[in-house]
Design a protein around this ligand. Sequence first.
Ligand code: NAI
Length: 224
Amino acid sequence: MIRGKDGSIIPKVVIERLPRYYRYFNWLEDRVEKISSKKLGEYLGASASQIRLDLSYFGDFGQQGYGYNIKKLKQELANILKMNAETSFIIVGAGNIGHALIRFNAFQMAGFKLEAIFDVKPELCGETINGVRVHHVDTLHSFIRENSIDIAIIAVPRDVANEIVKDLIDAGIRGILNFAPLDLDVPEGFPVENIHIIDKMLALSFIVNSENGKPPKNGRPFKK
Ligand code: NAI
């Protein structure tokens, strides 16, 4: 449970909206100096009151009659999202997904530091991919403890994922991003984010194949 400046509980949906707000501020920064919450709402497809309420959990950023200073707000959001804190992470599984993630340089720009990757295949261990060393999974526990790693990404086959998760949690990992196609077995309240592309594709396919999901000729099928 995360609490805001005034002590109220911050709903998870609010936390999930913040990275998108940051992305827009980043884009807007070179275009405008200040913006009203109404205009911001138009860009983001949200109401002005929702944006004001979301931001109010973290402080008082807008000015009556002036709106928001984009540069300042972007900086505030970067601080809120701990983008300058260098959050450490590891990847478990150096297969297709693991390799693609190691080569994804945006992690660094968002304030994340990839410390190591782990795999069970002896032939991969000791290799360096994009400057990151592959270690044997047997050393996972001690590596996390010794290096105080914050987050782990799971990119191993489904049947071994929960075994890895147990080791990760025992070693003190504080959050997991999961690519394996199952619901991980974690203690209640433990932070897990799942990425399941097929789930998204199936939901999309349901919408595009439904009669009332067909987009109108000149517009959007649903409100943004
Ligand atoms: P992959 O087979 O290319 O890579 C898996 C890697 O995990 C291999 O290098 C293997 O040696 C390693 N591994 C196996 N057991 C291990 C263990 N006990 N400890 C450490 N490493 C171990 O598979 P790929 O394509 O990279 O997929 C990884 C996972 O992501 C799978 O569970 C797959 O189903 C899932 N996936 C998820 C997607 C999504 O949308 N979330 C999309 C594609 C794959």
